[in-house]
Design a protein around this ligand. Structure first.
Ligand SMILES: Cc1cc2nc3c(=O)[nH]c(=O)nc-3n(C[C@H](O)[C@H](O)[C@H](O)COP(=O)(O)O)c2cc1C
Length: 356
């Protein structure tokens, strides 16, 4: 498939990619005390050697006391953790890959099942003060700057799936009455806009910024931040103006239309509205199902790529993120390029426990 558009290069600002495949961010919880190990570095390095164009790291948390509820989730702050990440990015570059950390604050979360709690006294939900907000925005910007300093090629802000940034977007969670809340998405956008503006101020103009967004939340699959194209404009345009270069539009199934009357998916609408580059995701290269089912133990066989290619040709999006298929098989992209379809592994739940 070397001649396929999926294997054509892509350039944005200082980032040049050899193909359109992106490894979706996937939490692995294999970094004891928040420090990525040599095994974590090799895990990403194998995807680079397997020809993934851009690797997005698992969510890695910013320097705030309640950013994480799991001590095995990697941190993106502190000398030891950043030294661990330096080994990751060097290994990825060594094998010809490009990579961004996905920087993350979980926001209001249930304690992790292990019983581990963040270091800060955990007294139950409290509204963030304006100082908390300011410090948190600064922590995102610092993480982005650290990413650039360590040699990462770009950075992704996790603004999806019901975590902190998304908790500001979502009217179901954001009950604030100050400038960070309000009845419209334009008002609830302010926190994310401030985060992107602060990051842009630190990393300069040429370093691409990705934001991952979703309509759905893990707390509520049917939730919608933008129930209409007009609200989607109000959501995305200010983010675009603040400095987002690539919108990573998270769906569980990429073929599902975003609004009635058009077959465009979320990434298709985001591109149409902002004119910016977009990444699509959701059950690509698998035979249906979705990743939530994988947590319930469901595997998935390898599936065709015709439909994703058709939409890429039509100009709906620029990049294509692959989660489970790449979690199970580091050679997935190379096998696709070489048309070794019979050798694709599909996804198996046993792979969730190990760094294959
Ligand atoms: C084990 C696992 C961990 C995940 N962790 C994250 C994460 O840290 N950040 C994130 O934005 N999405 C996360 N996701 C969602 C994936 O990035 C992706 O959107 C989802 O798996 C759909 O893609 P797929 O159908 O190709 O697997 C995770 C998914 C899986 C399966």
């Amino acid at each position: 498939m070397s001649n396929s558009l999926l294997f054509s290069p892509f350039q944005i600002k200082s980032l040049s990619l050899k193909n359109r495949f992106v490894m979706a961010p996937m939490t692995r919880s294999q970094s004891p005390d928040g420090v990525p190990t040599a095994d974590v570095a090799s895990y990403y390095e194998r995807r680079a050697a397997g020809e993934v164009g851009l690797i997005l790291s698992e969510g890695t948390v910013i320097d705030r006391p309640a950013a994480s509820n799991d001590k095995n989730i990697p941190r993106f702050h502190g000398e030891k953790s950043l030294a661990g990440w330096k080994k990751v990015i060097d290994a990825v570059h060594q094998s010809g890959g490009k990579m961004a950390p996905q920087i993350w604050h979980m926001g209001l979360m249930k304690p992790h099942q292990s019983g581990w709690l963040p270091e800060a006294p955990f007294e139950g939900p409290a509204e963030m003060s304006l100082t908390d907000i300011e410090t948190t925005i600064e922590a995102y910007a610092q993480a982005a700057l650290d990413a650039k300093t360590l040699g990462f090629d770009t950075v992704e802000v996790h603004g999806a799936h019901g975590y902190l940034v998304d908790q500001f977007f979502w009217e179901g969670m954001n009950k604030r009455t100050d400038i960070y809340g309000g009845k419209t998405i334009s008002a609830r956008n302010r926190f994310a806009v401030d985060v992107i503006t602060a990051i842009r101020g630190k990393v300069g103009e040429d370093f691409p910024i990705i934001i991952r967004l979703s309509q759905w939340k893990q707390q509520q699959f049917e939730a919608r931040i933008a129930p209409s194209p007009k609200e989607m404009e109000e959501w995305l345009l200010p983010l675009s103006e603040a400095g987002v270069d690539i919108f990573h539009c998270s769906q569980r199934r990429f073929w599902e239309p975003e609004f009635e009357g058009s077959d465009l998916n979320f990434a298709g609408w985001a591109k149409k509205i902002t004119g910016k580059a977009t990444i699509t995701v959701g059950s690509i290269g698998l035979d249906g199902g979705d990743f939530i089912q994988s947590f319930k133990g469901e595997g998935a066989k390898a599936g065709p790529l015709d439909e994703i290619e058709r939409r890429l040709h039509r100009g709906d999006f620029d990049l294509v993120a692959v989660g489970r298929a790449l979690l199970s098989d580091p050679q997935w992209t190379k096998k696709i390029r070489e048309e070794r379809f019979g050798e694709l592994k599909g996804f198996s739940k046993e792979h969730l426990a190990v760094l294959t």
